[in-house]
Design a protein around this ligand. Structure first.
Ligand code: MLT
Length: 352
């Protein structure tokens, strides 16, 4: 297994997390300088979508200088193998790769796996064609680990089932540190609530690990079926009482109810009715949504996060999602620079 990949945040020590965050912040500053915009995650919330990062291309020449038929191995290549739906994460990885001068090849779900090939065989086939790293999203928890054990190039986990989504965890860490002015990436004394369908959420697992590595205290909040006590094994506490927690935390991360991961049964059990019917959404909202009224009870300076996709009017009100506390677009922007740092590390650093 190549050790330049990124499979999970759980078990990563503070030093390794901080190294990636610091590099991502450097990329964010370069983006800001090049575009004349404020750096991503700057205190006032300025974001940049500048098209050039100023990052030195990995490898000796950038794609644009190459001629057809010339020696092309100087441009590193990563393959995005997404066997589960994704728009934002795949695009974010692709943009990150391009900003580094790395070629990103998309292997969509229409690949040979639909003809019965295993994930491992697909990965080995793509590796044999000469790509330098694999970026993998797949439904089964542990899929990225499995692939990493069978290939010799680095594997970056872009979300595997209910297990982890480590680049999301890193971007959440970067966004929160910048928003709270923790420039040393020390979140000691910071309390974060992760609210909703925690049991299904790889985002939550990576966030608990990432925030924990930086010293924050995490409480997972949700109805008993979506936030069972067993989550405490991740290193967080568990609460079923959002109203008891909301006034006491520095950040609230809202999660979508991932009905596709439990066929609605967990939700139905809790709600006592069909999810989607106004009554059951209403019952969920009554206990666990970040409504404008609840957000009004948050501490001064406390912030709101959501990994997306958001279900407005279900787990979060539009006024909150678009309000002054919201870091949602900063999270998206931070995703690009975090993925630049992760891809760069996988490919052996800026000098290639
Ligand atoms: C994920 O990939 O896990 C998403 O970003 C979160 C979600 O689907 O709700």
């Amino acid at each position: 297994m190549h050790d330049g990949g990124l499979l999970q945040l759980r078990g990563m020590d503070r030093g390794a997390v901080v190294e990636l965050l610091a590099r991502a912040r450097e990329f964010a500053r370069q983006v800001g300088r090049e575009s004349g915009a404020r750096p991503i995650g700057a205190d006032s919330g300025g974001e940049s979508n500048g098209s050039e990062s100023g990052a030195r291309p990995i490898g000796s020449e950038s794609r644009s200088t190459q001629r057809i038929g010339s020696e092309s191995r100087s441009t590193p290549m990563v393959a995005t193998m997404f066997f589960e739906d994704s728009t934002r994460t795949r695009l974010s990885f692709e943009i990150a790769a391009r900003r580094l001068g790395v070629e990103a090849l998309d292997i969509g779900p229409s690949s040979s796996t639909s003809k019965g090939e295993t994930l491992v065989d697909s990965a080995k086939t793509i590796e044999a064609m000469g790509v330098d790293a694999l970026i993998v999203r797949a439904g089964p928890s542990g899929a990225a680990h499995l692939i990493a054990r069978h290939v010799s190039v680095p594997v970056i986990n872009a979300g595997d089932g209910k297990h982890e989504h480590p680049t999301q965890g890193l971007l959440d860490c970067l966004t929160l540190c910048r928003a709270l002015g923790r420039d040393d990436f020390d979140l000691s004394g910071v309390r974060v609530a992760i609210v909703g369908d925690v049991v299904s959420s790889r985002v939550a697992r990576s966030a608990v690990a990432g925030f924990g590595a930086l010293g924050a205290e995490v409480v997972c909040v949700g109805p008993v079926h979506l936030a069972p006590r067993s989550l405490e094994g991740l290193g967080c506490s568990v609460s079923h009482d959002l109203d008891g927690v909301i006034g006491d935390v520095d950040a609230v991360m809202m999660l979508r109810v991932q009905r596709e991961r439990h066929g609605g049964t967990e939700v139905r059990r809790h709600e006592g009715g069909e999810w989607g019917a106004a009554g059951s959404v209403g019952a969920y909202r009554a206990g666990f949504a970040l409504t404008a009224e609840r957000a009004g009870r948050m501490k001064a300076g406390a912030v709101v996060m959501h990994p997306g996709p958001m279900n407005r009017g279900v787990e979060i009100d539009s006024e909150v999602a678009d309000g002054a506390r919201s870091l949602v677009t900063r999270q998206v922007a931070a995703g690009v620079v975090v993925r630049m740092a992760v891809i760069e590390r996988a490919l052996g650093g800026a000098s290639g």
